[in-house]
Design a protein around this ligand. Structure first.
Ligand SMILES: [Zn+2]
Length: 193
């Protein structure tokens, strides 16, 4: 993981050495069949993706901003503890440690790292949620979790997939409601995405 005083260039140097070792270890002496080439490419690619994601996440640290910060209510929010959170992205699954602040005046909790990473209360990335939404629209919902694992290597429980699809469905409904209301007629022909 990136040390506190490591520059971006030093980090690139370190990762390059690491990836070189990985290639030396994983690449076979002979190229082999397409199946073998595919397997080794997938293995190396997956490892590199995970490593880079982990490095970038670690770069943020825990989001610690000192023993106390200003709460949005104007009072003081105090650092309480570090809490782990499991994240699922297209690169795999990882756990980040987040600093947690609490304001006894208004009762609000605040996690600076969540704001930096653009996280909501869930554990999945936008990329994962998009895939869940697409699969959920195409196949019976009971199969989404399994297909997600088989096709994309993403491990998500059926319950989590269900919650994602449900909230996406709600958003689509709301958007359609807004677009069909008077004054939004001109937006109807806009292609999605
Ligand atoms: Zn407050």
């Amino acid at each position: 993981m990136r040390g506190n005083h490591e520059s971006k260039e030093e980090m690139v140097e370190r990762l390059t050495r690491q990836f070189r070792e990985l290639l030396e270890k994983k690449l076979p002496e002979e190229p082999g069949t397409l199946e073998e080439i595919e397997r080794v490419t997938e293995e190396i690619g997956t490892e590199i993706k995970r490593e880079i994601e982990g490095e970038c996440l670690g770069w943020h640290g825990s989001g610690y901003l000192g023993s106390q910060i200003r709460c949005s209510c104007g009072a003081v929010s105090k650092f309480k503890n570090y809490y782990p959170k499991r994240l699922v992205s297209l690169c795999g699954e990882t756990t980040v440690t987040r600093s947690y602040y609490h304001c006894s005046s208004c009762g609000e909790g605040y996690v600076p790292l969540d704001a930096k990473l653009g996280l909501d209360s869930g554990c999945t990335s936008v990329g994962v949620r998009t895939k869940v939404g697409r699969l959920g629209a195409m196949i019976p919902f009971g199969d989404v979790s399994l297909e997600l694992r088989l096709l994309c290597g993403i491990a998500l429980s059926s319950n989590t997939a269900w919650r994602i699809a449900e909230s996406m469905g709600e958003r689509v409904k709301k958007t359609r409601g807004v677009m069909s209301s008077p004054g939004f007629g001109e937006l109807r022909g806009v292609p999605k995405g």
